[in-house]
Design a protein around this ligand. Sequence first.
Ligand code: CA
Length: 374
Amino acid sequence: MDKFNRRDFLRKASVAAAAGGASLLWACGGAEEESGGAPAVQTRKKYEWKMVTTWPPGFPVLGEGAELFAKWVDEMSAGRLKIRVYGGGELVPALEAFDAVRQGVVQMGHAASYYWAGKTPASQFFASVPFGMNAQQMNAWILCAGGLELWRELYADFNLVPFPCGNTGVQMGGWFKRRIDAISDLQGLKMRIPGLGGKVIEKAGGSAVLSAGGEIFTNLERGVIDATEWIGPYHDYLMGFPKVADYYYYPGWHEPGTILELFVNKSAYEQLPADLQAIIFAASQRSNVWMLSEFEAKNAVYLQKIKAEYKTEILEFPAGVLRAFREYSAEVIEEVTAGDAMSKKVYKSFAKFQKEIGEWADITERAYYSRLSV
Ligand code: CA
């Protein structure tokens, strides 16, 4: 855009608008190659695909969003691409979704990319990073500032094509059975918290415990764990956490805007005609917006339900605790990127963009919200 001028911009804008709403979304680059290499001639051939997910069947927002994605693809393709969605464990165990799609057992998966940190550590940066970017900023990096190209480069080695397909928004910091007044209160604390956030808790003297979703409530109730994070008021209410822990801390420093991903078997994807490839991208972005919007709308309602129905104390982490978490997070990221060239490359792009957009956000989002409370 260095030869930018107003007339040129208006001409491009009118061309994009004439081509339909979806074109506007892709006007910011990174997606033009989307249909490259695919058969140019549209066929009436019908495809029946399967999608595995890491969510329980029908799981609110996440599983629902995967189902909606399949419905929208069906509608847009006039039934030429039918996708059957499976919950975790229905076809393959939840955490085998990545390999099932990579190997072509099924054609698609829906998950969060930090689940695959053990296969390729760089995947974590496409889900969420402690003290990283929020949903809006992650979308900006992925869709319009080079993130998707890096993600595709990473996943191409696994015969996969990734798409952002949902976002939780800023999560909550978690449910605690006792107050956290200082970083020393983390000593000996057993918390269910996965990924990079878990490593931060361990640096603070706690232990990060992994429990399957169905076991968290019981573990918290019985004192097997002292704390857990999950997502936000909507899911946390449904999980029953306010019944067994009194302190609900914010903000979710460890997951400030977690992206949910769609990943497609690359060989299968390349066999599709160009219009079906474009439909997959378009439907993934409709799901991307829908899941974030649904989380935000429901979290607002369920925050009020928690406040009305329980004696939950909703508390902000003390500044000193957040400062310590932030220092430990920097150490954790340094350790991950030092040991893996692709993580280093991806995080370089991530960190550069976060710095730039942070300066922009300071005089827009941050300034706006701080003025609301004046
Ligand atoms: Ca979480």
